[in-house]
Design a protein around this ligand. Structure first.
Ligand SMILES: Cc1ncc(COP(=O)(O)O)c(C=O)c1O
Length: 397
């Protein structure tokens, strides 16, 4: 494969002024990241600060109802409440070793912003987080958390005032501030080397899940399911299965957000409903109009509300190695409530999309199958949104 590409997808489509910091980061990925002392320090932080390994939990009640074993990988139990911390600790440590004194980041649901702010505080770096003004309103508790963790939160009022616009502003800021600042990109998308760097930092989820299921049932699972926003939690849990020729039979299922599902309404499902195009420095699947203009995305879940997707997912879809499904807002909210009531775990609305596809499509799995869903985050941040969604629907999702 060509460097920075996954088949036809990927690349480095950026203004010339961003090439120097991307080259510097490529060098750091090649030379600093694999070094044994770096990996030891990161492993120690993931264990002692973030709480790895996270458990793999069997959902007893739901498994009985479904007729197959439903396991959940508990990234909701990671420090700050989502998988994002695997990536931010790695990038913060890398930035420190590159001699940077400050991180900037974008955030949608606020989880990546909180995880960046926490990693920056722990490692001793300054931090500024760009967040769409609409997301600042719908994820206000995470805005407060970032501020308590010492980060500056910059509300972005341009465009659709969501994640896409926050990334645009952060990229613009990086052009000016690159000498002392690392852009801690939050998902497995963007220009090379971010898709590979973020995937490699998130692959710890899949490495653990694969070992844990083997230990529990003595074999690999039949399917691994994860929600796809930019694609980091999904590629993190998929990667050790993609890389393993013995794991060819394991179904990899990514779930995109379909939004409200009403005719003509926006969605966040670029693999299913988009076309190839360039956004935020990479060539990948993208929601766009007939003239190639990026279409606004929409989802009840702020973390999935993005018109693009990581290049490696576009590639896995084109190769048929992974399947990509759509789940609508109502189904995600139903799954949020069902896991909470039946298993005592409140899932993030993002993760609820992955769960919903499994709960609503039991016929897709054989009786006695072993299915792992990546529970990418906890759902406390979404309680207000779910309550409002239920009120708007007259009490039922
Ligand atoms: C809990 C959670 N899950 C999933 C996502 C989607 O991101 P990604 O596709 O990079 O995992 C987010 C994004 O904010 C999130 O907060």
């Amino acid at each position: 494969m060509i460097k920075g590409y996954f088949g036809a997808f990927g690349g480095q489509f950026v203004p010339e002024l961003l090439i120097p910091p991307l080259r510097e980061l490529e060098d750091a990925c090649a030379n600093l990241l694999p070094a044994r002392d770096f990996q030891e320090e990161l492993g120690g932080l993931l264990r002692d600060f973030a709480g790895r390994p996270t458990p793999l939990t069997l959902c007893g009640t739901l498994s009985l109802e479904l007729g197959f074993s439903l396991w959940i990988k508990r990234e909701d139990l990671l420090h700050t409440g989502a998988h994002k911390m695997n990536n931010t600790l790695g990038q913060a440590l890398l930035a420190k070793r590159m001699g940077k004194s400050r991180l900037i980041a974008e955030t949608g649901a606020g989880q990546h912003g909180v995880a960046t702010a926490a990693a920056a505080a722990r490692i001793g770096l300054g931090c500024a987080v760009y967040m769409g003004a609409e997301d600042v309103e719908r994820q206000s508790s995470n805005v407060e958390r970032m501020k308590f963790l010492g980060a500056e939160v910059i509300a972005v009022r341009s465009g659709s005032r969501t994640l896409k616009d926050a990334i645009n502003e952060a990229l613009r800021a990086w052009i000016v501030e690159q000498a002392d600042t690392h852009y801690c990109f939050g998902t497995a998308a963007g220009p090379h080397p971010f898709p590979t760097l973020v995937r490699d930092l998130q692959a710890v989820i899949g490495v653990e899940a694969k070992a844990q299921i083997r230990e529990r049932i003595g074999r690999l699972p039949d399917a691994v399911v994860a929600c796809v926003g930019g694609g980091s939690n999904a590629i993190g849990i998929f990667h050790p299965f993609v890389a393993d020729t013995q794991a060819k039979e394991v179904r990899l299922i990514g779930v995109e957000a379909g939004g409200s599902g009403e005719p003509g309404c926006a969605n966040s499902a670029p693999i299913n409903l988009g076309r190839p195009g360039v956004l935020h420095g990479q060539y990948s699947m993208l929601l766009q109009d007939a003239h190639g203009q990026v279409l606004p995305s929409q989802s009840v879940s702020a973390g999935l509300d993005y018109p693009g997707v990581g290049a490696e997912h576009a590639y896995l879809a084109s190769e048929g190695r992974a399947e990509y499904k759509i789940v609508y807002d109502d189904a995600a909210v139903r799954a949020y409530l069902r896991l909470s009531e039946k298993e005592g775990i409140i899932p993030a609305l993002e993760s609820s999309h992955a769960l919903a596809w499994v709960l609503d499509n039991p016929q897709a799995f054989a009786q006695g199958a072993q299915v792992i869903v990546n529970l990418s985050g906890r759902g406390d941040k979404d309680m207000g949104i779910v309550a409002r969604h239920l009120r708007a629907k007259g009490g039922a999702a």
